[in-house]
Design a protein around this ligand. Structure first.
Ligand SMILES: [Zn+2]
Length: 392
């Protein structure tokens, strides 16, 4: 049976907003029609009138399901390095049954919050069954951490083993961050990813210490490795920011989602443009505020017309897994960026990143993208009270 919905606005994303438009969806969730408010065809429909904005289902481009058990356990404002040390500390403790239950709850939370697809970073295969049994689409990034050149070859083999535990095509190996992956591993991974056509994900410039580490080999990460008792003599200062040092290690055309970008400069963006990589820039504003209390210079990315997506990061650095909540944070800190722009980041751009735009990301006939109602809106803007409800 086909249902017909109208709302203050319909945002198909791939086409212009339709004030008081109508969207039709069948019982399988497939979009069967999209109409402007004065379309004669809609005269014969029984239309359910809704208050708010109808959008496609949201794509969460960056999450760590396996850290869900850390909800409410990590203090705010630690700064990235103390945050990492705190998470490492928790990982040494035993949480027995909590990890699985927390992941299942997080998966349900995302479904309830209108998320339909997730880019999920993991360090083990512990999240495999939750993902397998979920109605959400998952692309899994098996995240590699190794800042010891002599171990890089073995580490790659170990992680390929974890990758193989996730069945199907939607899994790839990925580097954690420039400060935690040595050049040797980047090179091995680059070759492997290129041969397999893999999408990569990497945390990028989440703290200023990362740039200091690469430019001068000073700052918090030098101390961090000292505290770990790690000899990093092999690492030489690069006299340029981390991103500019790492990008040349990837072959051209490599698709890569760079996550956070809090300390990415205009110069970094110009540098990135010179190489032919297929870069997506993922922002996780609430996690940035949680950990560092600072947001990226998003206006620089707009000037350069880049592929932008949104993520929640994990419950270790967020109070919930909700893309609408990220959109509200953007709206309050960057009021000049219209919702029609940020909704594109939260939907179609994420779908393109994961090669799933044939089904997800926009309201188009024949797709099954999910249908969200955002309530308590003001015209085409969000308000503090805006909430999301899944319609289909
Ligand atoms: Zn992350």
């Amino acid at each position: 049976m086909i249902k017909h919905y109208s709302a203050d606005y319909i945002l198909p994303v791939s086409s212009a907003p339709l004030p008081n438009g109508v969207v039709s969806v069948n019982e399988t969730g497939e979009i069967t029609g999209i109409y402007s408010h004065n379309s004669p065809e809609t005269q014969k429909f029984a239309i359910e009138r809704l208050s708010g904005i109808l959008t496609p289902g949201f794509i969460n481009s960056h999450c760590h399901l396996e850290l869900s058990y850390l909800e409410n356990k990590v203090d705010r404002g630690l700064g990235l390095i103390r945050f990492i040390e705190t998470v490492i500390g928790f990982r040494k403790m035993s949480f027995n049954g909590q990890v699985g239950a927390a992941m299942k709850k997080a998966d349900e939370t995302m479904q309830n919050n209108g998320i339909v697809a997730v880019g999920d970073v993991c360090n083990s295969s512990v999240s495999r069954d939750v993902k397998k049994n979920s109605s959400l689409f998952y692309h899994t990034f098996v995240e590699m951490i190794c800042f010891e050149p002599e171990k890089a070859g073995d580490i790659l083999r170990d992680y390929i083993g974890i990758k193989e535990e996730f069945e199907g095509p939607n899994v790839s190996l990925s580097p954690h961050a420039p400060y935690s992956v040595c050049k040797d591993l980047f090179r091995y991974l680059n070759k492997y990813s290129h041969e397999n056509g893999d999408i990569l994900s990497m945390h990028n410039q989440e703290s200023e210490d990362e740039n200091k580490f690469y430019r001068y080999k000073t700052g918090g990460f030098v101390e961090f490795y000292k505290r770990l008792g790690r000899d990093i003599d092999f690492f030489k200062p690069q006299a340029r920011n981390s991103l500019q040092s790492i990008l040349p290690l990837f072959l051209s055309n490599q698709r890569i989602v760079l996550v956070h970008n809090t300390y990415t400069s205009l110069k970094d963006l110009y540098f990135a443009r010179r190489f032919g990589h297929d870069i997506f820039w993922c922002f996780c504003p609430k996690a940035n505020l949680y950990i560092e209390g600072k947001l990226p210079k998003i206006e620089l990315f707009l000037l350069n017309d880049l592929n932008i997506t949104l993520g929640t990061d994990s419950l270790a650095s967020n109070d919930t897994l909700c893309i609408l909540s990220e959109l509200k944070t953007l709206a309050s800190h960057y009021p000049a960026i219209p919702l029609v722009t940020t909704i594109g980041w939260a939907t179609l751009n994420g779908a393109r990143l994961f090669n799933i735009a044939g089904q997800y990301g926009s309201l188009e006939i024949g797709k099954k993208p999910g249908l969200n109602l955002i309530t308590h809106t003001d015209g085409l803007s969000l308000t503090e009270r805006s909430e999301v409800r899944r319609i289909a």
